[in-house]
Design a protein around this ligand. Sequence first.
Ligand code: CMP
Length: 139
Amino acid sequence: MTERTFSIIKPDATRRNLTGAINAVIEAAGLRIVAQRRVKLTDAQAKTFYEVHAERPFYGELVGQMTAEPVVVQVLEGDNAMAKYREVMGATNPKDAAEGTIRKLFALSIGENSVHGSDSLENAAIEIAQFFKAEDIVG
Ligand code: CMP
């Protein structure tokens, strides 16, 4: 089934000029980038986005990293897009990520792990709506 999922290319990757390299992996996997914008997240935006992690010990560091430099927010479309993108990203901790995945190729650490992808279709819809209007997504 054709789905849409939400992606963020994180500051550790934009800082190293890896937006195109990561997009190439995304597109090679058959996912289409149907919306994309480079943005510097505000503290409030990052806190809202990662609210589910508010009680975790790494929350402050995570918000700090996500607001330090620009990110690229994206909507990815394709067959089974949510699960497929999680496969393409690889495990959260790059030490556990499979060969050929974005995190294996590019991530620096569990915190600076280059990309975010929605973990359910329900969250994908919520995350997409946080950054894109319907008319800005062109499939
Ligand atoms: P992401 O998929 O964006 O969701 C939450 C982020 O928190 C995660 O990727 C990591 O970048 C970051 N993070 C930092 N430390 C941890 C940790 N110990 N466990 C899980 N996520 C972590």
